[in-house]
Design a binder for this molecule. Structure first.
Ligand code: 6PG
Length: 470
C-alpha cells in the first residue's frame, strides 16, 4: 500500500466538513478534502494544525485516486439533491467495499431510498447523524451512525477518535439498522427545538415578566448552569446575554428580530411522530411557535387590535426565579421523555433496533442537547433498556413530582399576566394526561359511534360495540 495515500476523504468543505476533517487530522489520520470551490481547499490546508497531513483538491476523481482502499469517505453537503448528486458522481469512481458516509441532516426516508438503490452497487452507504455545530465538529461532536455494521467497524476507530468523550468513553455508537443514525439525529433535533423553545419562554418570563436585565439574566442562567440545569444550551444562553452589539451600544440579543428560522428537522420529527402514533407535543409546539414567530407583521397588527401590554409578574424575584428554574427542569425532562419514547416506538415500528441506553450515553457529550440530565436517563435506560417512557422510571418520577408544583405556579402567573408559554403548558398537560388512569375520551368514542358508527369498546366486557344513538 502506498504510504502517500490518505486515510479519509471529505466531500464538501463548508465549515462543518472542514472542521471535522481537521479534527481527524489532529488525531493522526491523513485527510483529504474535496470542494469544487478551490478556495475552500486552500482554506482547509491553511487551517490545518502544523505537522498534520491535510490536502485540499477540487475534483472528486483526484480525491478518490488518493485514498487508501477500501476507501472511506464522508459527504457533508446540504440535504436533498446535493447528496444524490454526489452519489451519482462517485459511483463510477469507486470499487467494491468502499464506504461512503452521508454525515448531513438527511431525512431518514431519503437514506432508506439511497440504501436500497445502492445495495447491489460498489459502495457501502451509511447515514450518520453528527451533532455539535461548527465548534463540536472541530473539537469533538456526538456521532450517531446507523446501518451496515461491518462498514461501521471499519470507520469506527476514526469516529471514536474524533468524537467527544465523557469519562473517557467516546460519544459514538452504532445506533441500529438502515437509516437509524439519521432517525436518531432527527429526534435529537426535535428535542433541541423543544428545549430552545422552553428556554426562550423562561427568558420571556424573567425578562419582560420580572424585569430582569441582561446582566442579571446572565447571572441567573449561569447559576442554573452550575446546578441541575447544567447543559450546553443553558451555557451558551448565559453568554448570549452578555454579548455586546457592535453596531449600537445595546446587547446584541436585544437587537435581533423575533422571527425564528428552521431548516426542517424539528418539523420532520413532529410529522414522523404522528405517523407512528407517538405524541411529542412539546416538540410540536416548538415547531409551531417558530412558525408563528415568523408572522411578525400579523403579530404587530394583533398586538394593536388586542391592546397587548407587557404586564409585570408580581412575585418576589427570588421566589419566581426559583420556580422558573424548577419549571424549566420539569419541562425539559418531558421534552426528552417524548423524544426518547418516540425512538423506543420507532425502533420497533421501523425495525431499526435502536439501543436507547447507547443513544443517551452518546448524547451526554458533544451534541447540542448534552446536559447533566442525560446521566439520569442513562441510569434509567441501563436499568431497563426497554423502558417505553422515561416517566415510568421511579427516579425520574420523583424528579418530576418534586418540580410539578413550581411548574403549576409559574403557569398560573404566566396565564394570569398573558405571557405565551405554549411549551411549558404542553409539557404540563402531557404530564397530567400521561399519568391519568382515566381520560375523558369515552365521550369522544360515544360521539364517533353516534355520528359515524365507528364503534367502541366497553369497560365491563370484551368486544366491539355499536349503538343506535338517535
Ligand atoms: C446539531 C444541530 C444542527 C442543526 C441546526 C439547525 O446537532 O449540531 O442540530 O445539526 O442542523 O441546529 O437547525 P435549525 O436551523 O432547523 O434550527
Amino acid at each position: 500500500m502506498n504510504d502517500n495515500l490518505f486515510d479519509f476523504g471529505m466531500i464538501g468543505l463548508g465549515v462543518m466538513g472542514r472542521n471535522l476533517l481537521l479534527n481527524m487530522a489532529d488525531h493522526g489520520f491523513s485527510a483529504i478534502g474535496f470542494d469544487k470551490d478551490e478556495s475552500k481547499g486552500k482554506l482547509l490546508e491553511s487551517a490545518a494544525t502544523k505537522g498534520t497531513v491535510v490536502k485540499g483538491v477540487s475534483t472528486l476523481a483526484e480525491m478518490v485516486q488518493q485514498l487508501k482502499t477500501p476507501r472511506k469517505l464522508m459527504m457533508l453537503v446540504p440535504a436533498g439533491k446535493p447528496v444524490d448528486d454526489v452519489i451519482y458522481d462517485l459511483l463510477p469512481l469507486l470499487e467494491k467495499g468502499d464506504i461512503v458516509i452521508d454525515g448531513g441532516n438527511s431525512h431518514y426516508t431519503d437514506t432508506l431510498r439511497r440504501l436500497d438503490y445502492l445495495k447491489d452497487k460498489n459502495m457501502h452507504f451509511m447515514g450518520i447523524g453528527i451533532s455539535g455545530g461548527e465548534h463540536g465538529a472541530r473539537t469533538g461532536p456526538s456521532i450517531m451512525p446507523g446501518g451496515n455494521l461491518e462498514a461501521y467497524h471499519q470507520v469506527r476507530p476514526i469516529l471514536e477518535a474524533v468524537s467527544a468523550k465523557v469519562n473517557g468513553s467516546p460519544c459514538v455508537a452504532h445506533l441500529g439498522n438502515g437509516a437509524a443514525g439519521h432517525y436518531v439525529k432527527m429526534v435529537h433535533n426535535g428535542i433541541e427545538y423543544a428545549i430552545m423553545q422552553l428556554i426562550s419562554e423562561s427568558y420571556d418570563l424573567l425578562h419582560r415578566g420580572l424585569g430582569l436585565d441582561n446582566d442579571t439574566l446572565a447571572k441567573t442562567y449561569k447559576n442554573w448552569d452550575e446546578t441541575e440545569l447544567q447543559s450546553f444550551l443553558i451555557e451558551i444562553t448565559k453568554d448570549i446575554f452578555l454579548k455586546q452589539d457592535d453596531k449600537t451600544s445595546n446587547r446584541l440579543v436585544d437587537m435581533i428580530l423575533d422571527k425564528a428560522g428552521s431548516k426542517g428537522t424539528g418539523k420532520w420529527t413532529s410529522q414522523d411522530a404522528m405517523d407512528i402514533g407517538m405524541p411529542v407535543p412539546v416538540i410540536d409546539m416548538a415547531v409551531s411557535m417558530r412558525d408563528l414567530s415568523s408572522w411578525k407583521e400579523q403579530r404587530v397588527q394583533a398586538a394593536a387590535l388586542y391592546k397587548t401590554a407587557i404586564t409585570q409578574i408580581n412575585v418576589p424575584a427570588e421566589i419566581f426565579i426559583r420556580q422558573v428554574e424548577d419549571a424549566l427542569y420539569f419541562a425539559i425532562i418531558i421534552a426528552y421523555a417524548q423524544g426518547l419514547a418516540m425512538l423506543h416506538t420507532a425502533s420497533f415500528e421501523l425495525k431499526m433496533e435502536i439501543p436507547l441506553p447507547e443513544v443517551v450515553r452518546i448524547w451526554r457529550g458533544g451534541c447540542i442537547i448534552r446536559s447533566s440530565l442525560l446521566e439520569n436517563f442513562f441510569k434509567a435506560f441501563t436499568a431497563n433498556p426497554q423502558l417505553s417512557n422515561l416517566l415510568l422510571d421511579a427516579d425520574i418520577a420523583t424528579l418530576l413530582q418534586n418540580k410539578a408544583q413550581a411548574t403549576r405556579a409559574v403557569l398560573t402567573h404566566a396565564i394570569q399576566t398573558g405571557f405565551p408559554v405554549a411549551g411549558f403548558m404542553s409539557a404540563l398537560s402531557y404530564f397530567d394526561a400521561y399519568r391519568s388512569e382515566k381520560l375523558p375520551v369515552n365521550l369522544i368514542q360515544a360521539q364517533r359511534d353516534c355520528f359515524g358508527a365507528h364503534t367502541y369498546q366497553r369497560i365491563d366486557m370484551p368486544g366491539i360495540f355499536h349503538t343506535e344513538w338517535q
